[in-house]
Write a protein that binds this ligand. Structure first.
Ligand code: NAG
Ligand code: NAG
Ligand code: NAG
Ligand code: NAG
Ligand code: NAG
Length: 492
């Protein structure tokens, strides 16, 4: 998730960048994985080379859904990200960061540096154990979704010296999340929820955002052996868990706005693709991203015969710059519609394409969305670009919890889609967000449905309901059946 543009990065960004701003199975369905007291770090559950796929022998009543392989390219991906789970983000779980008692803990890197290791590991284990559970997989399935995307940090992938010629040290990061990923893969099988494993944090940081693990104005992924290390990490994941993974996303949001990243990203996609194919065979899907360069930059890349089973991940947010925040609600919807043509054209002549991240948030008001300790561009409490000091209103009522707002009010606002702009501005309430939220939800679903699919960011957030699929279902601004339309054909 794109939550931080540190000052130096923002200055590097041009407006354009902002605008585009198994058959083989190597895992056991192993009761050890269902043991609530997973040791961490835990031994791998065997290399599984002789283990049958869980779908082949899971007919003992434990499964509520029959596992059916997903028909990529034909069926529509409808899904949600499991953000803030195996990779922490301060804005998704501010309470976790507050509990460190140290305001300098701004990401997982500084957590490892500044908090006593045993204490931090206990906190992490508790979080891994509770933030996402099997019940979430059931609820996601019940919401009519067919995919989850699971962000993972490289530091959680337990390479040994025999797996790589590079260092296996992940210091100061705290490893231990790997068994929880494996358990989640099993839940996916059990509930017929397909899983995209998304390498979200690479050594050195691929973008400098806190959600890469390390918030820094000087990301180091593209230098030294970090790119090669990342390929080895992908190879390990594919070799040890590939049979349980539907799609392996090679890297989240590499910062192609940095020349160093732009210079290596093509070769990285190609090498990562080969590593995953070598290790996990032909059936696993592979996803790359546009690296903030626009899908047009990726014409004829990894298309057959160079690659097969490849997807393109495009992210759509309209809140991380003042010009985007300046859009009216209608303009947000209209702007979202401009993606339909670009993406569907690309998808029909190049790679299957999804919008792998988007949200209902029309502001950057969520606490710490721009990094722990930072405010929001919306109300002027965060101003990374000193040349544009516009503000757009107060952040109160734009984020936080929906609880307490009356159903009557929400219903009123949902019905009044044609409500006038001046009335909207005079209301300035949570209900307003529900109104925009519903249309904003639907227009982005409409983009995704015009291509190979969509994945909302994110399933849960502690105190930013406008980002929460779970809260949207509760509050009614996200439909129980994601194919329901209150506002059909917003883009036509
Ligand atoms: C996988 O297990 C087999 C049989 O136990 C063993 O021979 C092989 O070395 C193992 N491979 C890895 C990568 O651990
Ligand atoms: C599955 O169910 C059958 C029949 O009830 C039983 O014999 C078998 O032991 C069960 N297998 C497992 C792994 O529980
Ligand atoms: C933070 O402070 C509270 C209250 O003093 C304490 O219970 C807790 O253990 C501290 N947390 C850490 C990570 O030191
Ligand atoms: C990365 O790997 C390639 C070959 O796989 C090698 O030619 C190159 O020197 C490596 N780069 C670094 C910085 O280790
Ligand atoms: C919404 O905003 C108004 C005006 O700022 C404020 O009076 C009201 O208390 C807010 N409501 C909530 C629930 O925050």
């Amino acid at each position: 998730m794109l939550s931080l543009r540190s000052i130096s990065l923002v200055l590097l960004l041009s407006l354009d960048h902002l605008r585009v701003a198994a058959s083989q199975c190597r895992l056991k369905v192993n009761n050890v994985l269902d043991d609530p007291s997973i040791p961490s770090p835990a031994p791998l559950p065997g290399n599984g080379t002789t283990t049958a796929p869980p779908n082949a022998d899971s007919g003992n009543g434990t499964s509520t859904q029959e596992w059916v392989p997903f028909n990529y390219g034909k069926d529509t991906i409808r899904g949600v990200n499991l953000g803030g789970w195996l990779v922490l983000e301060p804005w998704i779980t501010p309470s976790f960061f507050e509990r460190t008692n140290n305001t300098n803990v701004v990401d997982e890197f500084t957590l490892g540096q500044l908090v006593d290791r045993d204490v931090a590991l206990d906190m992490l284990k508790d979080h891994w154990e509770t933030w996402i559970t099997e019940d979430d997989f059931k609820a996601i399935k019940a919401a009519g979704l067919n995919h989850v995307r699971i962000p993972l940090g490289y530091w959680s992938v337990p390479l040994t010296e025999s797996d790589t010629q590079y260092t296996t040290s992940v210091a100061p990061y705290i490893p231990g999340a790997w068994p929880y990923l494996l358990r989640a893969l099993n839940w996916g099988r059990k509930h017929n929820v397909h899983v995209i494993v998304d390498l979200h944090g690479a050594p050195g940081s691929q973008n400098g955002y806190d959600n890469s693990g390390q918030r820094t104005g000087n990301p180091q992924w593209a230098v030294s052996s970090n790119v090669n290390r990342t390929v080895e990490v992908l190879r390990f994941i594919a070799k040890n868990a590939g049979g349980m993974i539907d799609v392996m996303e090679l890297l989240n949001e590499p910062g192609g706005f940095m020349p160093s990243v732009a210079a290596v990203i093509r070769d990285f996609w190609l090498n990562g693709y080969s590593a995953v194919r070598d290790a996990a065979g032909e059936d696993i899907g592979v996803m790359i991203g546009d690296a903030f360069m626009g899908v047009g930059n990726w014409q004829n890349f990894l298309t057959p015969p160079q690659g097969h089973g490849v997807l393109m991940d495009f992210h759509e947010y309209q809140i991380f710059s003042k010009p985007e925040l300046a859009r009216t609600w209608d303009e947000h919807v209209e702007f979202a519609c401009t993606h339909v043509n670009t993406l569907s054209t690309f998808a029909s002549s190049n790679l299957w394409t999804i919008i792998g991240e988007w949200s209902n948030a029309p502001t950057d008001c969520a606490k710490w969305l721009n990094g722990r300790g930072n405010g929001a561009r919306w109300d002027g409490s965060f101003n990374p670009d000193p040349s544009d000091l516009r503000t757009f209103g107060t952040c109160s009522n734009m984020t936080g919890s929906w609880e307490g707002w009356s159903d009557k009010y929400k219903t009123f606002l949902r019905r009044c889609a044609q409500i006038s702009w001046s009335l909207v501005m005079s209301l300035r309430t949570h209900g307003l967000i529900i109104w925009i939220g519903h249309r904003y939800f639907e227009v982005q679903v409409e983009i995704g449905e015009s291509i190979q699919g969509w994945m909302f960011w994110t399933w849960k957030a502690e105190q930013a309901d406008e980002w929460s699929y779970q809260k949207g279902l509760e509050g009614g601004w996200i439909p129980k059946d994601p194919t329901d339309r209150m506002y059909p054909n917003l883009c036509s």
